[in-house]
Design a protein. Sequence first.
Lengths: 119, 113
Amino acid sequence: QVQVVQSGSESKKPGASVKVSCKASGYRFTAHALNWVRQAPGQGLEWMGWINTITGNTTYAQGFTGRFVFSLDTSASTAYLQISSLKTEDTAVYYCARVGRLKGTADSWGQGTLVTVSS
Amino acid sequence: DIVMTQSPDSLAVSLGERATINCKSSQSLLSSSNYKNYLAWYQQKPGQPPNLLIYWASARESGVPDRFSGSGSGADFSLTISSLQAEDVAVYYCQQYYSSPFTFGQGTKLEIK
C-alpha cells in the first residue's frame, strides 16, 4: 500500500540548517509529484510548494524562496526539504504529501516532521 | 494569489445532526477546459496529518464515509456531514489547486454540542 514516511523530529539553534526526508513506497515514485506543507504550532496549513519527481523542477510559494530547497533522490524514492539559516519562526510541523495524478491534489501524507528552532 | 475564506471558524453540532462548512474563493476555481472545480476538502484530527475527504469539489475519496459530501462550483463551495458522528470532531480545511500557490482556507473547527 502507499506509504509516505518522514524523518523524525529535529531540534536546532537559530542559524543552523536542517534536512527533512520523505520516503515513499507502494507506488512508482516518479509517477506522482510531491507537495510540501507547513503547519506552525496551533495554526493552519500553509502550502510551501511542490517538486516534479520526474524532472526535479520545483515551485515555491512566496515566503519559501531562498532558504527552502526541495530535492530528490529518485533511486531511493526519497524527497528532501532543506531549510538553511533557521529562524525561531520556522518552528513548525512540515509535511510532504503525494499528489494523486487523477485527483490533482494531495492524497497521501507523511506523518509530519516537527522542526523546533530555539536558542 | 487566490484567497480561500471558510465560514464559520468554529461550529458545534449535536450528534446525528447535519454540519455544513462553507468555503469561498477569491476567484473561480472552475476550469473551462475540463469543467472541473479545483477544490479539495481535508480533515485533520489532533496530532495527525490532514486526510483527503473530497477532490474536484464533489468526488469522495476512497474509504471516506458517504455522510461526507462536497458541493458547489465556481467560487462557492460547501462540505456537508449529513449525520455527525463523534469521530468527525476535527478541523476541516478547503484548498484550491487551480493556480499556484495552492492556498488553504483558515480551517473550521468542528465540535460536538
